[in-house]
Design a protein around this ligand. Sequence first.
Ligand code: URP
Ligand code: ZN
Ligand code: ZN
Length: 461
Amino acid sequence: MSRLLIKGGRIVTAVDDYPGDVLIEGETIRAIFAAGTAPALDARVLDATGKLVIPGGIDAHTHLDMPFGGTTSADDFESGTIAAAHGGTTSIVDFAIQYKGQALREARDAWMKKAEGKAAIDYGFHMIITDLPDAVEKEMDVLVKEGVTSFKLFMAYRGVLMLDDGSIFRALLKTGENGGTICMHAENGDVIDVLVRRALAEGHTAPKWHALTRPPRAEAEATYRAICLAEMAGVPLYVVHLSAAEALEKIAEARDRGLPAHAETCPQYLFLSYENYEEPGFEGAKYVMSPPLRAKGNEEALWRGLATNDLQTVSTDHCPFCMKGQKELGQGDFSKIPNGAPGIETRMSLLYDGGVVRNRISVNRFVELTSTSPAKIFGLFPKKGTIAPGSDADLVVFNPNRKLTLSAKTLHQRVDYTPYEGRVVQGAADTVISRGEVIVENGTFVGRAGRGSFLKRKVRT
Ligand code: URP
Ligand code: ZN
Ligand code: ZN
């Protein structure tokens, strides 16, 4: 069995921070030794002096190879997972879509086909439910048993993805029986649709109108409604891509009342703002995503939420569309710009730089937000999300001092821009190990497309 010894690093988990050496045998962490005390072994040695050794990142919100907005997201499971690996992410949970009239298993199988033979890191699926007849409601139990233990529901995009409140409530009740988790896209879609129609009728077509027709209150209202529905069903809730301080208030209030309300935010809401939509010409289309970027000031509320645990995870909502040929579908009509932005590769460096380097969160919290907490919420812990004997050897040798200049030219995401072009960040993944295999070394991908395995996830505990 192959052996790898990571020597001389600073081992950081959600709770630990100490110098030590990690011994990997095959795909698994076998032992951890106090620094310099590992016995002489027949092992490949990786020198981690001056670096952090952290659990591989888990990105619980990606959209690879996903048809959306009249086109398909630009990264497939090969390019997207290789980009993720470069950034220090070793597991993703992607969203499979059940189209109207489809069985959930059909949708799951379709996404499995997209991932199998292509994914370079491990992957699981959430299931987006767009249609909930009784048979599909029953089928949720089957999916949970087979390791697809979370479901995304939309409160927006009527006629495409949106579910009515009754169906949302039934799905929530079902997770009370089977232990699954509901992930909610919380925006009041009907109000937004009225505002969009009115803006277009008044001749407002520029990208910034995407944001101006999706007010923060539409997110806060839906977040509160989702919390109330989950409370009445007596089940936990996970709100995805939370962007607005007003929505965060609703999560914080619920948690203060002792409700199991969880939420993620994403780097775009921490680093960008409404002002990006004011960039010249059609440039604002780069930032068209839902919920949209918010006014400056919201980001500090989100950073506080991350520090105080009102927000539990940072995922990417990686949903890349090229400006050329994809975003430009919405030239002359902002409502036709495909919604989504890239970020699978830049999450860990951005969060380390904005969070740890700038003293907003501790290094332990950085690990918790990017790995441990998503592993716990989505049924992967302790196989993933920590550094302990018996856990999968998903590890990153992370250089806390290396500076990166983010640019579409050097990133590996298959998209013709990055929202962070030219931004200098401190902190980067030097070496990335997935189940014992070095897959990124000195900035080069040395793994293999197709080596990733399906993650059969457990239910919440
Ligand atoms: O604009 C976004 N967020 N696109 C991806 C789909 C979603 O709602 O997560
Ligand atoms: Zn969403
Ligand atoms: Zn998403």
